[in-house]
Design a protein around this ligand. Sequence first.
Ligand code: NAD
Ligand code: DAU
Length: 341
Amino acid sequence: MKNILVTGGAGFIGSAFVRYMVQAYPHYTVVVFDKLTYAGNLDNLLPVHDAPNYRFERGDIAEAPTVRRVLEQYQIDAIVNFAAESHVDRSILNSHAFLETDVIGVYVLLEQARQLGIKRFHQVSTDEVYGWIAEGAFKETDPLQPNNPYSAAKASGEMLVRAYHVTHGMHTTVTRGSNTYGPYQYPEKMMPLFITEAIDDRPLPVYGDGKQVRDWLYVDDHARAIDLVLHRGAPGEVYNVGGENEQHNIDVTRRLLRLLGKPETLIRHVADRPGHDRRYAVDCSKIKALGWQRNDDFESLLAQTVAWYQHNAWWWRKIKTGEYLEYYKQQYAQRLAEAKS
Ligand code: NAD
Ligand code: DAU
């Protein structure tokens, strides 16, 4: 591999992957292809802006002519697809963009890759495609039972990847990552939303009883897992990537408040997310057999994450304007007005 196209590379996990790859593989050219939706942010790529092996192209993965031009222009050998509409709550408010990007976009990328004989195609997927599990952990061979429009779209994208491998013999791989946290995460997701709202002494809207379980994975561990599977994964295979770090939402919320030195009186129990998955857990033995290891020091990674948002208010204050405030109002105004503390 010499030239890698990272679609969605201006988002949260994609930009962590790019920052890592540009340093780890100075002999590769890393080309970011991103539509710069509300979630795409060139500030996330400032640390690599001057790197000689980094390029940026703005474009939509669902537009075949643009995708083709970029694949040809940079003589791309491998595609790593992070590009997606990624927020469950937005998919409940309006699913259209999720189908455009997470399904049609994946099809367009696959088809252009097939026509040009691209050597590797890696799809970044999610543990949400399995649905939720009361006990134990999902294995890669378990059936997919997505429960919200976001996860249904991601599962559809994955099925296309599988079909292109089986039908056309493309060298594809898939990772199903769990809830990821760290610096540069758009402040609509629980962790950065709660950290940045608490910094400003604003209420934290915990859905329902807050006893839902998420498996938290540090963003750099997720990026390394994708690198490993891109280089060493077997064609057509799927790999779970979990943090092996299950936490109740309410406990994470309390930890964040403690780290910030803010009172628990900021917590509000608000109306639940419709179709809210109760617990996610994945079995990671397959990717561990490839040599992946996660950093298991949640306490210190969480503290570092909180410190990053405290020291980088310039990054998230710019975001919390305009469209963000409209979304916030739509998602939370009524919930908070009717909340129980
Ligand atoms: P994000 O929302 O932060 O970033 C998505 C990026 O994709 C943005 O830069 C956006 O501009 C770009 N994009 C959106 N539509 C596009 C299009 N049509 N064409 C080109 N670019 C487009 O997302 P994230 O949290 O970094 O997630 C990245 C990937 O990882 C997604 O595929 C998501 O499903 C998956 N994932 C996320 C998590 C998580 O916890 N955040 C966990 C597992 C898997
Ligand atoms: O599991 C992987 C998935 O993790 C990824 O595929 C998604 O892209 C990513 O957004 C994430 O999905 P979740 O829905 O689990 O993440 P979110 O940060 O939105 O929510 C985490 C938990 O916190 C979830 O149980 C819902 C809850 N929550 C979330 C928000 C935004 C609240 O209680 N209040 C909130 O305001």
